[in-house]
Design a protein around this ligand. Structure first.
Ligand SMILES: Nc1nc2c(ncn2[C@@H]2O[C@H](COP(=O)(O)OP(=O)(O)OP(=O)(O)O)[C@@H](O)[C@H]2O)c(=O)[nH]1
Length: 190
């Protein structure tokens, strides 16, 4: 495997673009500009192998709903993002995002990603933010392959999100390769 595609979905303003910008350019975009459709790519290494990772940002706003399926094409992993400071964005994972993802990608692994975790410590939402336990519970409910937390502002957990995403793609390819080899090597009894 030397390439993979990772797609980010989630409600408006949960921080999908900021997460991608932090990971790809080590900066944090302060201003909010709603995404319509964007994609970028980075070279990453896993177990000494170089991988071209395609990163597809999508619009949280349903005015652009028709465009989202374009981003789902050939996805290897989906990051379903919610903000720990926005309970509606977590509810949307259960009510909306998992259904839309499964409709377009019935078997692709999904990860649930909690964003903006710095808001647990500062600001008006401090004290009322969603706990890791609650996020994990939802991740299990939607049969996610993993649950991760990050803050693009403080750069905490960002690298781990993409390491986990690449590892998930890697495991999926390995599984597929094993199945292919197994079916090639099956004994034939005449
Ligand atoms: N405190 C804090 N704010 C963040 C973080 N990540 C993003 N934001 C802010 O949240 C707002 C929305 O961020 P975006 O990354 O544009 O959100 P999005 O999910 O891409 O939004 P759509 O394009 O509408 O789907 C911006 O004002 C960001 O500066 C974070 O980790 N911590």
């Amino acid at each position: 495997m030397n390439n993979g595609r990772c797609v980010l979905v989630g409600d408006c303003a949960v921080g999908k673009t900021a997460l991608l910008v932090r990971f790809t350019s080590e900066t944090f975009p302060d201003s909010y500009k709603p995404t319509v459709f964007e994609n970028t790519g980075v070279e990453v290494y896993m177990d000494g192998v170089q991988i071209s990772l395609g990163l597809w940002d999508t619009a949280g706003n349903d005015n652009f709903k028709q465009i989202r399926p374009r981003s789902y094409q050939q996805a290897d992993v989906v990051l379903m993002c919610y903000s720990v400071a926005n309970p509606n964005s977590l509810a949307s994972i259960q009510r909306k995002w998992i259904a839309e993802v499964r409709e377009n990608l019935p078997r692709v692994p999904v990860l649930v990603v909690a964003t903006q975790t710095d808001l647990r410590e500062v600001g008006v939402h401090r004290g009322s933010c969603i706990s890791p336990a609650e996020g994990k519970r939802v991740a299990q409910e939607v049969h996610a392959k993993g649950y991760l937390e990050c803050s693009s502002l403080s750069n905490r957990g960002v690298q781990q999100v993409f390491e986990y995403a690449v590892r998930t793609i890697f495991n999926k390819h390995k599984k597929r390769e094993r199945r292919r080899l197994f079916s090639m090597n099956q004994c034939k009894v005449f």
